[in-house]
Design a protein around this ligand. Structure first.
Ligand SMILES: Nc1ncnc2c1ncn2[C@@H]1O[C@H](COP(=O)(O)OP(=O)(O)OP(=O)(O)O)[C@@H](O)[C@H]1O
Length: 248
């Protein structure tokens, strides 16, 4: 990676979904030419989205419910393939949402930490070195042999953040699941995010909380109806969002 290579490069990105997946096609569709089959309710969840993120930048993604924020996060995390355009990430991604969803319910906390850290490229020695710190951070010392499925929702998020914040990937993807943690734990997470940013990591942060967005992010991306409506300093993005959708 050269000094000037962006941490994230997104070009012409588009993702299309079908609104009514369970919706019935007509029997005639089954016999018709595939390309002429009706595709009921197809829509672009994201289209023509393009931006670069430089290493060390902290970007906040804002927009109303259903405007494509989580979809964008999944594309940057590399767990979804776009229908158009592409996403390049340099230095790897540590995605909070995917880690939360990737834990295995029947495995213990200990087994899950080893499995997930390993899947995200941490060596056995690395896991051994970081394991105690992860458990301490998550405050789950008494739950190491508990099956993951028996943790409370807040505990699950603690574990996910504890793991994700120990990975050595360049880009940290943080979404709203953090809001499930209690106030004290959230503060601890925020302090850890500050630390990672000061080390030069890149933050890609989806939130509905303006205070949190202002705290971390210098730049914002405003998604509206699947389009990138504004890419600007976070204050300008929040002002435009508030003007488009005033409260009350
Ligand atoms: N797998 C899927 N299949 C069909 N439609 C989907 C799928 N995933 C998301 N969508 C749709 O794509 C659009 C964008 O969803 P997305 O989850 O990215 O929104 P969001 O901005 O993250 O919303 P929120 O603020 O509520 O989390 C929505 O209309 C949603 O219903």
């Amino acid at each position: 990676m050269t000094a000037s290579a962006p941490a994230i490069r997104v070009q012409g990105l588009g993702v299309r979904f079908r609104r009514n997946r369970g919706g019935r096609r007509s029997i005639m569709d089954l016999f018709s030419d595939r390309s002429r089959r009706s595709k009921p309710g197809e829509f672009w969840a994201l289209r023509d989205v393009a931006f670069d993120v430089q290493p060390g930048e902290a970007i906040g993604v804002v927009g109303r419910n259903g405007q494509g924020k989580s979809t964008l996060l999944k594309l940057v995390a590399g767990v979804m393939i776009p229908d158009e355009g592409d996403v390049q990430v340099h230095g790897g991604v540590a995605p909070l949402i995917e880690i939360t969803g990737g834990f295995v319910g029947d495995l213990t906390v200990r087994e899950n930490v080893k499995l997930t850290a390993g899947l995200h490229g941490m060596s056995r020695a690395g896991v051994a070195r970081k394991y105690d710190g992860i458990i301490d951070f998550a405050e789950l010392g008494d739950f190491q042999d508990t099956p993951y499925k028996h943790l409370s929702n807040g505990m699950k998020v603690r574990l996910a953040f504890a793991v994700v914040s120990q990975l050595e990937e360049q880009v940290l993807l943080v979404d709203e699941v953090l809001a499930v943690g209690d106030k004290a734990f959230r503060e601890k997470c925020y302090a850890r995010i500050d630390e990672l940013l000061s080390e030069g990591r890149t933050l890609f942060f989806v939130s509905h909380n303006e205070r949190d967005l202002r705290r971390f992010c210098s730049r914002g991306l405003y998604l509206d109806k699947g389009r990138l409506a504004l890419d600007a300093p976070i204050e300008d993005v929040l002002a435009r969002y508030d003007a488009d959708y005033p409260v009350g």
